[in-house]
Design a protein around this ligand. Structure first.
Ligand SMILES: Cc1ncc(COP(=O)(O)O)c(C=O)c1O
Length: 337
């Protein structure tokens, strides 16, 4: 008997070590009132805002894989970096460290909302993370500081582990694609489109999973950050890495990657009018909250596609909710009408 693509994929994913820091599988909730408002046949929300680690998000799912080597190496300090603005990654690392009995040092660089003790930054503090604020906006300088701190801690006899989300974590969203596929099948249906807020990492996993399972989904990623380069680069490279890690014969052609830059304005970490409307719409039709920095802009893209007729009335769309909700509280003034 030959393995089906589904069992092959499940087998390969299961062979990769994890730590149980995330609550998965997450629910796939139907959103009929929002679907009607958008004029599409069906809409589901993949609730990765419910993954745990202090208010959920895609990073918890990724840390399940990314922290397995940290536990295997018996690390005692996690070092993570991000934007002081509202880093969901940093906050979920702080929660994971606490849950795993490790210390956490967060190197947070300056950016929009630097210094405001609200949202994610407030949670970092409550979770006991050691916050180091860097007066730079450069990711490279942030990384250099993380490496310097790791050396310092090593010299002091500690076992630090620097968390980067560009390795094993791509497998996390291959697994998410498999979950969605199975959840839709249990409902005796399929999807035409998957929308997600992503610079490329989360998208890459969804693309690889979708390709192996031959889902036929159009995966539409909506970038939160602008780039001077080709917006498809991260998804392309990460998809390659994911296929390699899982030893799967997948080649996602660069031309097939949809990574939209059109919904970032007025800028990364700045609320857009369409994003604010999306937050209100989904909250009021379905009681589901979006965050202003990532998911609201992705949902604004979904809305724009529906309004422009790019999603037909027969479209069946999965919106992957990647979390980010603590930031709502840091943006209160811009969000109320
Ligand atoms: C809430 C939220 N959504 C989406 C993303 C994008 O994730 P990725 O870059 O893995 O695609 C992030 C990353 O910071 C995030 O915090």
């Amino acid at each position: 008997m030959t393995d089906s693509p589904e069992s092959l994929l499940a087998e390969r994913i299961a062979a990769i070590p994890t730590v149980s820091v995330a609550k998965v599988p997450t629910p796939l909730d139907e959103a009929p009132r929002a679907a009607a408002a958008l004029g599409i046949e069906r809409l589901w929300i993949k609730r990765d805002d419910l993954t745990g680690l202090a208010f959920g998000g895609n990073k918890a799912r990724k840390l399940r894989y990314e922290l397995a080597p940290a536990v295997a190496e018996r690390a005692d300090v996690l070092i993570a970096g991000g934007g002081v603005s509202q880093s969901n990654h940093a906050r979920q690392c702080a929660a994971a460290a606490a849950q795993l009995g490790m210390r956490c040092v967060l190197v947070l660089r300056n950016g929009p909302r630097g210094g405001a003790r609200q949202g994610n930054v407030l949670l970092d503090d409550l979770l006991g993370a050691d916050l180091r604020l860097l007066e730079t906006e450069s990711p490279d300088e942030t990384l250099a500081e993380m490496d310097r701190l790791a050396d310092e801690l090593r010299s002091a006899g500690r076992r630090p582990f620097v968390v980067e989300l560009e390795g094993l974590s791509v497998v996390a969203y291959v697994e998410c694609a498999l979950e969605i596929w199975r959840q839709l099948r249990a409902l005796d249906t399929t999807a035409t489109h998957v929308f997600v807020a992503s610079d490329g990492g989360t998208q890459a996993g969804l693309l690889v999973g979708s390709d192996i399972l031959e889902t036929g989904w159009v995966v539409v990623a909506v970038r939160p950050h602008p780039t001077d380069g080709d917006p498809r680069d991260i998804a392309f490279e990460q998809a390659r890495l994911g296929s390699k890690l899982l030893d799967l014969p997948v080649e996602i052609p660069r031309e097939a990657i949809l990574n939209l830059q059109d919904f970032i304005a007025p800028g990364y970490g700045v609320v857009s009018d369409a994003g604010r409307d999306a937050i209100h719409m989904l909250a009021r039709t379905e009681g589901v909250l979006l965050d202003p920095v990532y998911t609201a802009k992705a949902f604004a893209a979904l809305t724009a596609w529906a309004n422009a007729g790019r999603l037909g009335h027969d479209s069946r769309v999965v919106f992957v909710h990647t979390g980010g909700l603590p930031a709502l509280f840091a943006y209160a003034d811009e969000l109320v009408e």
